[in-house]
Design a protein around this ligand. Sequence first.
Ligand SMILES: [Zn+2]
Length: 94
Amino acid sequence: MHICEFQNMIRRIYWHKDEARGVEKNFIHLVEEVGELGRAIIDGDPASIKSELADTLAWLATVANVLQVDLEEAALSKYCNICPKCGSSPCKCP
Ligand SMILES: [Zn+2]
């Protein structure tokens, strides 16, 4: 599955709610999920880490949907096989 396919799947499932909620509230949900991911990492619970990573990705897709940003295009235009700062792979940044 491509990133765009995942983003489109999230749009199919949640667009009616995400659009009504608006970008700021969706962004707050994203930040909350990042916090929950941090807690799962601190707790060292592999199942929770996996679940929170999925939630974080889903809310990131939601924020991109509401902002009408193609997440795959954005990601690959910046991170296309090389580090965007040093232009190398692997990265040689200090
Ligand atoms: Zn680099």
